[in-house]
Ligand binder design. Structure first.
Ligand code: NI
Length: 172
């Protein structure tokens, strides 16, 4: 396993639309393991492959890691089959948008289908943080960041903050 560096906005590679996975094989499982390790290292709860520069439809999530035990879940080629009209608002952050948090409203409940790390089709009904996190990560597969859901003003403030932080890292 290897820790991979995570791309940060406004890196244009984050805008890529990820391609479907056609074989769940050992190579893909290695990618999933690298993603999980990189996510834990960065203290995140979810990561899409495109965030480490691999535009494939793969997501890793672990909502319980704060409890101390690691139980990463992989979602390959996820599809939303149904979304509630009712919305839920969570304060979101993103490893590719460091130091920025803001509220985003998304469908409160979803039904989704995906392949697990063995390549087996799984169905999922989710609400709460799981529903929000899955939708946030699935946005990454379309090249969409959570700040793209904010008002123009809030988004431009966030982008300015990001660019400033990036300049500081590069010069410092
Ligand atoms: Ni994210």
């Amino acid at each position: 396993m290897a820790i991979r560096s995570i791309l940060t906005a406004p890196d244009p590679r984050l805008k890529a639309v990820s391609t479907p996975v056609d074989a769940v094989d050992d190579g893909l499982r290695r990618l999933i393991d690298d993603m999980a390790e990189s996510m834990y290292e960065a203290d995140g709860i979810g990561l899409a492959a495109v965030q480490i520069g691999e535009p494939k439809r793969v997501i890793v999530m672990d909502l319980d890691q704060k409890s101390g035990q690691k139980n990463p879940r992989a979602f390959i080629n996820p599809k939303i089959l149904w979304a509630s009209e009712e919305l839920a608002t969570f304060e979101e952050g993103c490893l590719s948008v460091p130091e920025i948090w803001d509220e985003v409203a998304r469908p409160a409940r979803i039904k989704a289908e995906y392949l697990d790390r063995e390549g087996i089709t799984q169905l999922l009904e989710a609400d709460g943080l799981l529903a929000t996190c899955l939708q946030h990560e699935m946005d990454h597969l379309q090249g969409v960041l959570f700040i793209d859901h904010l008002s123009k003003l809030k988004r431009s403030i966030a982008l300015r903050k990001l660019q400033k932080a990036k300049r500081l890292r590069e010069t410092g």
